[in-house]
Write a protein that binds this ligand. Structure first.
Ligand code: DUC
Ligand code: ZN
Ligand code: ZN
Length: 478
């Protein structure tokens, strides 16, 4: 007789019951107990009902007086991203840890195709950057820097394997820029393969002329970054991207919308029932060209593209978030340290690395919008969790709290007060874009697939817990 060793059984994850909280999703608000088993939501039931009485779990989290919300989905981050001769200062380890602190449990980061190289090589590089380092789950979009016969063919395979969205740039000539013919070809490809075209919509050719003229006239300070990157050049590119998408029969998602005039283009397209979507970011809702004008090169902290706009644009963005002319708020998290990185552009604003930190504060800044009356609680969750999950093919695994969903859950204290500061944030960057800003509301506990990554304001996660999530196609398309 031969003896065989028993098949190892993976120990079941301890179950968790979250009691007494107000559960908020994009569609509902209800006082409910939430049961988590094996990393998934197992049930929701009103306290005191027979269903709730039947819940039992290894550990109980009391959420009385708190909100219980889905983990945030940040559909636009740049960890370890090459730009202007340097790399964004958060890598996947520090950046996803900061995301966890802020209640974001999924990021979709941008893998980059290097010019002259294959998409596959870029995607492999980003997998290697992220693998084993993340505290929360992650997926990838692909940046197309070189649209040609071979990269067009590769797009189909990427969609098949779960990289279902492709960003192109109408800005940054000579770096990431695609011309209209390349854009049209890539859009035709996504029209056929189900992918989503994401667009950085700014007329980079015209902007480069204005940059050259500004520098020649001695206008070198960071505030001129905002002045040359004109709202009309964002609107023009947005309009052109929409028309190219119509010609190709492809859906379009416009990233980091900051100008009122660009919102008008999106609203007109949506009024025609076109599959056109738009996101904005907290920096455009809370900051303005006044920040870009801060003295002693301080404006460099706020240099990003699209740029911050005069404060009048903010009302149009808030309105568009309410009317669904904009559907998503993501961060475009792309931090560069003030000392040693932003410094590269002293004396020439065009050399300041473009990007701002933000992955840690999106959920809180949008909760502040609820406190301030800009958004309802459910719209907060829709913009920050449910819609990005649907947009990028992750729903209902991510973005909601329903039986079967991943137990990515945040216990949120809506009454806690906090003050944002570089001294206390967890992002690997030496300044805060919101230094001294007081907020009402704070993340208390964060579960990622049922495991506590933040437990009552202590980090309990680990690099490597976060898993790569292949994505489906955009769930707003038929
Ligand atoms: N905009 C930024 O501000 N940073 C990275 C790339 C981009 O488009
Ligand atoms: Zn961009
Ligand atoms: Zn970006």
């Amino acid at each position: 007789m031969t003896s065989s060793s028993p098949t190892p059984v993976k120990p079941a994850q301890p179950s968790t019951l979250i009691t007494g909280g107000l559960v908020i999703t994009a569609s509902d608000e209800l006082h409910a107990d939430l049961l988590i088993e094996n990393g998934r939501v197992a049930g929701l039931a009103a306290p005191g009902t027979a269903a709730a009485e039947a819940f039992s779990a290894d550990r109980v989290l009391d959420a009385t007086g708190k909100y219980v919300i889905p983990g945030g989905v940040d559909g636009h981050t740049h960890m370890d991203f090459p730009f202007g001769g340097t790399f964004s200062s958060d890598d996947f380890e520090t950046g996803t840890r900061a995301a966890a602190w802020g209640g974001t449990t999924t990021i979709v980061d941008f893998a980059v195709q290097t010019r002259g190289r294959a998409l596959r090589e870029g995607l492999d590089t980003w997998h290697a950057k992220a693998d084993g380092r993340c505290s929360v789950d992650y997926g990838f979009h692909m940046i197309l820097s070189d649209v040609n016969e071979s990269s067009l063919k590769e797009m189909d395979g990427l969609v098949e394997e779960g990289v279902t969205s492709f960003k192109m740039f109408m800005a940054y000539p000579g770096v990431f820029y695609s011309d209209d013919g390349q854009i049209l070809r890539a859009m035709q490809r996504t029209a056929a393969n189900g992918g989503l075209t994401m667009m950085h919509a700014e007329n980079g050719i015209a902007i480069d002329v204005l940059v050259e003229q500004a520098l020649a006239a001695g206008r070198t300070d960071p505030r001129h970054h905002g002045e040359v990157r004109k709202a009309l050049l964002e609107a023009e590119a947005t309009h052109r991207a929409i028309q190219l998408a119509r010609v190709a029969g492809s859906p379009l998602y416009v990233v980091h919308v900051s100008a009122r005039e660009a919102v008008e283009q999106l609203a007109a397209a949506r009024g025609m029932d076109l599959p056109v979507f738009g996101e904005t970011c907290p920096q455009y809702l809370y900051l303005s060209t006044d920040n870009l004008a801060e003295p002693d090169f301080g404006g460099a902290k706020y240099v990003c593209s699209t740029p911050l706009r005069p404060a009048e644009h903010q009302a149009a963005l808030w309105r568009a978030l309410r009317t669904d002319d904009l559907q998503v708020v993501s961060t475009d998290h792309c931090p560069f340290c003030f000392t040693g990185q932003k410094d590269l552009g002293r004396g020439d604003f065009s050399k300041i690395p473009n990007g701002m930190p933000g992955v840690e504060h999106r959920m809180d800044l949008l909760h502040q919008a609820v406190v301030d009356g800009h958004l309802t609680r459910r719209r907060w969750i829709e913009l920050a969790c449910a819609t990005p999950a649907r947009m990028f093919g992750l729903y209902p695994k991510k973005g909601t709290l329903a039986p079967g969903a991943d137990a990515d859950v945040v216990v949120y204290d809506p009454h806690a007060e906090q003050t944002l500061s570089a001294a206390t944030h967890h992002m690997n960057v030496d300044y805060s874009a919101y230094e001294g800003k007081r907020l009402t509301g704070r993340v208390e506990t964060v579960l990622s697939r049922g495991e506590a990554v933040i437990d009552r304001r202590t980090y309990t996660g680990r690099a490597g817990h976060g898993q790569y999530v292949p994505r489906g196609i955009c769930q707003f398309l038929n």
